[in-house]
Design a protein around this ligand. Structure first.
Ligand SMILES: C[S@@+](CC[C@H](N)C(=O)[O-])C[C@H]1O[C@@H](n2cnc3c(N)ncnc32)[C@H](O)[C@@H]1O
Length: 428
């Protein structure tokens, strides 16, 4: 397929997402299944256009005075791919599968409007209701922070030191553009790919199948590292899900001590067993029933709460979620977070810690939750984020946003997905 056919397909997928209010991944999958002639390269480029269109939805709508899928898809080529209107029209010309070239009206809108004149919430590609939340989280930098959250993400890997090393992984996948990541000795980064490029499918490599590395955003790796586990600890990963953090903790503990992996939704844990086997983790057991969970009360050095959250910090990877998210969903997540924090304190030994993590930048899910927990639980204190950062990463603390409640990572500041981390220590 040429660019025109791919653009037409992206417009079709965006219409489906809009009319049926469905996740982009589902709409793209369905399109692929009903258009078998399209190869994997075509599907990847169509995906790029769709995701870029969703990343820059408000900007494109403002420029074209239209939120029609066509405006969004063309907006992706202009705003994210850096194509000129002339280059787009040249690519569409003579392609019978392409949508109509840019009309005189569209061309005149493009020449008369500049995004630099647009209101902040448009340039930030931010839903209106999230603007005050972004302002509270990021202060005067909120527009540039949200712009960074509208970019393409890198592909990050964590070398699994139980079975390999960063050097060996880098050598094995040297053709992918992978390089050492910041902050952590195990982190690897393949930078974002521009235009119609796509990341290599590293999960099909023999090294991945042999457990040499995991796919994990460096922000998520940093959150696991900030939990500061050490040899022989007793750890409860209370919201373990598919086990991204569990595996990182297991490697950091060099297979010593015990990690208990729990999740309220048992089926969420199901991928963990195969992942643990592949990664050579032998210090993890799943805790799926109440009785086994009760036996852990008062026994834990650390409870990791990778809380259910809005995921606003991952909008680079899931831009469709940004436009589907509602204030009601935020309220629901907030009450779950409060309830989980209250529940998990019973598992701690005196002097034990809760590591509280979200992949959100909303203060309601982060500093506010920590502040209200501390107010209701005077036997807990928040560990100083600057000290934690220094102990864990040695340098670069100026890149995180530190507050008395915890620290926030973000694409603009730390080059990672958006994450919040707080350590809450129970008095001895
Ligand atoms: C952010 S995800 C966890 C991601 C996982 N830790 C990782 O690193 O791959 C949050 C998880 O919390 C679980 N969850 C939601 N409510 C919960 C509750 N009340 N108690 C325990 N787990 C809960 C969800 O099922 C979901 O798997």
């Amino acid at each position: 397929m040429r660019l025109g056919g791919r653009l037409a397909a992206a417009i079709e997928v965006l219409s489906d997402i809009e009319s049926r209010h469905r996740p982009a991944a589902d709409a793209l999958k369905d399109w692929g299944q009903s258009h078998r002639f399209a190869g994997s390269g075509d599907r990847a480029v169509i995906g790029n256009i769709v995701y870029d269109a969703l990343r820059r939805k408000r900007s494109a709508t403002w420029i074209f005075d239209s939120s029609e899928p066509r405006a969004l898809a063309v907006g992706a080529l202009l705003l994210q791919w850096g194509m000129s209107p002339e280059a787009i029209n040249e690519a569409l010309e003579g392609d019978r599968f392409a949508p109509a070239p840019l009309s005189e009206t569209e061309l005149s809108l493009l020449s008369s409007r500049s995004l630099s004149d647009a209101p902040d919430e448009i340039r930030a590609d931010c839903p209106d209701w999230c603007v005050p939340l972004a302002q509270e989280a990021f202060g005067e930098d909120w527009v540039s922070e949200l712009q960074a959250l509208s970019g393409r993400p890198p592909l990050d890997l964590r070398a699994n030191t139980l079975l390999s090393s960063r050097e060996r992984v880098l050598e094995a996948i040297s053709s992918t553009g992978a390089a050492p990541g910041d902050y952590l000795v195990d982190a690897i980064r393949i930078p974002p790919i521009d235009g119609d490029g796509r990341h290599p499918n590293v999960q099909t490599s023999d090294e991945f199948k042999s457990g040499w590395f995991e796919v994990q955003d460096i922000g998520s790796q940093m959150a696991a590292a900030l939990a500061c586990v050490s040899h022989g600890m007793q750890v409860l990963d209370y919201c373990a899900g598919a086990g991204g953090k569990t595996l990182a903790l297991s490697a950091a503990m060099k297979n010593s001590g015990q990690i208990f992996a729990h999740d309220a939704e048992r089926q969420r844990l199901s991928p963990i067993f195969e992942r643990l086997r592949r990664a050579g983790c032998r210090n993890v057991q799943a805790v799926t029933d109440d009785e086994a969970l009760r036996a852990l009360e008062g026994q834990m050095d650390l409870v990791l709460v990778d809380a259910p959250c809005t995921g606003s910090g991952t909008w680079r990877r899931r831009p469709d979620a940004k436009w589907r998210l509602t204030e009601k969903q935020l309220d629901t997540r907030v009450s779950e977070q409060s309830s989980i924090l209250e529940t998990v304190k019973r598992f701690l030994k005196p002097g034990g810690r809760i590591a509280y993590i979200t992949c959100s930048f909303f203060p309601q899910e982060n500093a506010h939750r920590v502040a209200s927990f501390l107010e209701a639980n005077p036997d807990f204190t928040s560990m100083d984020p600057a000290t934690l950062w220094q102990q864990t990463f040695r340098e670069g603390s100026e890149r995180a946003r530190l507050s008395s409640e915890g620290m926030t990572l973000s694409p603009a500041r730390t080059g990672t997905d958006g994450f919040f981390f707080a350590a809450l220590q129970k008095r001895s």
